[in-house]
Design a binder for this molecule. Structure first.
Ligand code: ADP
Ligand code: MG
Length: 564
């Protein structure tokens, strides 16, 4: 391997020359105590910045080895180091000057959740960190002296401050690691106790604003109703109390503006661990939970939606249903059958974002329009079977229809941001309001056979040039000329997950489609690979900063929205 002194020498020799000569520096260099790699070098000062990585022997960092003991701990430690490095790099970014992105130093920006990212990967042997640097230029000429500052002064200082235990507050790191143990403990406890979710006393659920994920200041802290209170003995934090939402069908009822959706949103996000101070660090949900909503205009291919929709007037087969432009109800039906196939055991639904005719049909309507003229079996008639025959629970926000009271196991009323258990009261009232739901047709789990294939247009495009994946924030990406719209895949937390979805789709189309495998089969293969080798394994080469791992549920949702 080349030595840092070679790098320095080369830097000086190309100083003032054409910018593209920076590319000659590509490679790995041994520094005192670590290896620096220049993995991808930008072609001009205005192009996306260069990708670099740093590798330090784990032992040298002095971080206690027990912080790597479980997968959960490892991911938390990786997240912790990424945040520290981001903070250090902020101080040095653009301190070296020049045109375009000259002097930029940046690593992934982490939000309120702890995600697995390519920015940092730790094994028993080494810590790898991956980040971006804008190589400095004067006009379009190399400014080697400024890059020398970055590589030989700034980066070593960032690494020293951020990655070595001797410079950390050990209590602070311990707190992050212990919190993740406790979160994991609650998650496992949910399963043992037949709970779908847990919301701790004192949790802060609302966010600062629609565009900020930070906790709202002065919010009413969460308080559990006595009848739903559960107590757990956490390994580190000790005793904790909170509301346990039992498996089965749970309603969140209450007047408008009383905090129903805020509670549901917190549960959607509770499939991930949150960082200390977030307010939702002890809000934990079954991590297979899927938020379901209607999605007018969605693309659907070969989905079995016969559980909800049958006998369409146009005679279309709903066991293998396709459309370029789904209605509210067919999109929601497809969402459910696709989620069942991911092995999800909890559905989160807000009446406000659901198709009304998919959810319920009242008694009067049933009298006027007979069952034989209505293709839709509403969700209210299927929810119990989903739970009893497939083990899938539902937590549903219901503000306007009382139809769900008849099938609910638990009814929580939100009143001025405080939950009350009104199950008993509702059950007493039920006989006064006869159940409109009739006997639904026989229940059968969906059996889609969606073969994943490379669309002809993409095949043609690919023959001309390699397909390009372009990410547009968190909400969509394009592959070749095809855009995948993820706006309504609401549990994506970070644009880096969207970036990974783009790459996962590209990888699946290239290596895993064989005109036989279905989407769930392909996603299982991908999951195995990610689990064993990490996200990095989807890329050749090392220039892989800026990717975060999405859940299996989001990968499936993404592949199903890809127009083939
Ligand atoms: P609903 O779905 O019942 O109509 P939302 O959940 O949308 O109500 O909440 C209405 C408003 O109240 C939101 O602006 C939200 O930020 C705020 N809010 C929710 N929970 C709390 C709380 N615990 N403390 C203070 N404000 C809250
Ligand atoms: Mg609402």
């Amino acid at each position: 391997m080349k030595h840092a002194s070679d790098l320095k020498r080369n830097l000086f020799s190309i100083d003032g020359k054409s910018y593209s000569m920076y590319k000659e520096l590509r490679g790995s260099y041994r520094f005192d105590g670590y290896i620096l790699s220049l993995d991808r070098i930008q072609g001009d000062p205005f192009a996306p910045p260069s990708a670099l990585s740093l590798q330090i022997p784990f032992e040298a960092t002095g971080i206690p080895a027990e912080y790597l003991e479980t997968k959960n701990r490892r991911i938390t430690l990786q997240d912790y180091l990424t945040r520290r490095l981001a903070k250090e790099m902020e101080d040095y970014s653009f301190k070296a000057r020049g045109s375009g992105k000259s002097g930029l130093i940046a690593i992934s920006r982490c939000g309120q959740t702890v995600l697995e990212r390519t920015a940092c990967r730790i094994t028993e042997k080494a810590v790898f960190v991956r980040f971006h640097v804008g190589f400095p230029a004067n006009g379009r000429r190399i400014n080697g002296r400024e890059l020398e500052k970055i590589l030989f002064q700034f980066l070593p200082m960032c690494a020293e401050e951020a990655l070595f235990y001797r410079n950390m507050n050990p209590k602070h790191l311990e707190r992050a690691i212990f919190l993740s143990d406790d979160q994991q403990f609650i998650r496992e406890e949910l399963k043992k106790r037949g709970l779908a979710a847990f919301v701790a006393e004192g949790a802060v659920l609302p966010r600062k604003s629609g565009v900020s994920d930070l906790p709202m200041k002065g919010a009413v802290p969460f308080q559990s109703p006595d009848s739903l209170k559960v107590t757990m003995e956490l390994p580190h934090q000790g005793r904790i109390c909170g509301m346990g939402i039992p498996c089965g069908i749970s309603l969140i009822a209450g007047g408008g503006y009383h905090g129903k959706s805020t509670l549901l949103n917190a549960l959607e996000s509770a499939v991930y661990n949150h960082i200390p101070g977030d307010g939702r660090e002890y809000v934990i949900c079954d991590d297979t939970a899927v938020k379901l909503r209607s999605e007018d205009g969605r693309f659907i291919k070969d989905a079995d939606i016969s559980m909800f929709i049958n006998d369409l007037p146009n005679g279309k087969d709903t066991r293998c249903f396709s459309t370029l432009d789904a209605s509210g109800s067919t999109s929601q039906a497809a969402g459910i059958s696709e989620s069942i196939e991911t092995g999800s055991s909890l559905f989160l639904i807000d009446e406000d974002t659901s198709a009304t005719n998919f959810m319920v049909r009242d008694a009067f309507m049933q009298r006027v329009i007979s069952r034989s003229k209505e293709p839709i079996t509403p969700f209210v008639e299927r929810a119990r079977q989903l739970y009893e025959q497939a083990g899938i629970s539902t937590i549903l926000v219901a503000g306007s229809s009382g139809a769900f009271f008849h099938i609910a196991d638990t009814v929580i009323q939100m009143d001025s941001y405080r939950p009350f258990d009104i199950t008993e009261k509702v059950k007493e009232l039920c006989p006064e309001y006869p159940d409109a739901a009739g006997m639904p047709p026989v229940f059968q789990l969906p059996q889609s056979r969606r073969i994943m294939s490379v669309p002809k247009e993409l095949q043609r495009e690919r023959q001309r040039r390699p397909l390009k994946v372009k990410v547009h924030g968190i909400d969509s990406f394009s592959i070749g000329k095809e855009t995948v719209d993820l706006r309504y895949v609401e549990q994506l937390e970070d644009g880096e997950q969207t970036a990974s979805l783009g790459r996962l789709l590209e990888y699946a189309l290239e290596y895993l489609t064989d005109e036989k495998r279905t989407i769930p089969q392909i996603v299982s293969l991908l999951e195995e690979k990610l689990e064993a080798e990490g996200l990095e394994s989807l890329f050749s080469g090392n220039a892989v900063c800026g990717f975060a791992r999405p859940r299996k549920q989001e990968i499936v949702a993404c592949f199903n929205r890809f127009r083939r």
